[in-house]
Ligand binder design. Structure first.
Ligand code: HEM
Length: 163
């Protein structure tokens, strides 16, 4: 199967939907962090819709990440640019792999930390979301480097679907 020349409309929509949901998870996590602390202290933790929102948005991210991975394998993705030094190509590929792995591992550890209340999994969930933040910052730096220094048009690739 030859690689497509551009991302499909679905791949682009999924990318930006996941970005929006992840931003919401980082901005609106305080209620679930507070409830987890209450549960650890055996204090009352009444139903809070903001907590449910974190859980549903997280599960949606898990489903959308699986869908993206499926499309990447079965529909394909445009061949990565050959421009630039080897380290930039290597870090770009590895940062994409790490993002996929974390988008699956973070909701899984969150779900195990929340539903059976396994606190070690919740602690891992918290540690992994710090890793995701670090990888996303590296991803943004690489996009800026490709856009500004190499001029390979990475933003255009995530904006214009294959005709
Ligand atoms: C990719 C999806 C997700 C992201 C990016 C995410 C992000 C976060 C963030 C930023 C925090 C705050 C960590 C801190 O206090 O420093 C948090 C806490 C938490 N999240 Fe998630 N989350 C996701 C999915 C989920 C899911 C699916 C569940 C449950 C079904 C969940 C359950 C929890 C719990 C229980 C906490 C509190 C952990 C603790 O304080 O020990 N998360 N999450």
């Amino acid at each position: 199967m030859s690689a497509p020349v551009a991302y499909s409309r679905d791949q682009i929509r999924l990318h930006w939907a996941v970005v929006a949901l992840i931003a919401a998870q980082y901005l609106l996590h305080q209620p679930i962090t507070d409830q987890m602390a209450a549960l650890r202290a055996s204090a009352p933790a009444p139903f809070d819709p903001a907590v449910a929102l974190h859980v549903f948005a997280g599960l949606a991210i898990f489903g959308l990440a699986l869908w993206r991975a499926f499309l990447r394998v079965f529909r394909g993705a445009p061949t990565p640019t050959k421009a630039g030094p080897g380290w930039a190509r290597w870090t770009t590929r590895r940062s994409h792999d790490a993002i996929y792995a974390l988008l699956l591992a973070i909701p899984l550890t969150g779900a195990i930390g929340w539903f059976p209340s396994w606190t070690d999994a919740a602690a891992l969930h918290v540690a992994l979301q710090d890793w995701l933040l670090a990888v996303v910052i590296a991803h943004l730096a690489l996009v800026a480097y490709h856009h500004l220094a190499l001029r390979t048009g990475p933003l255009e690739r995530m904006r214009r679907p294959e005709a």
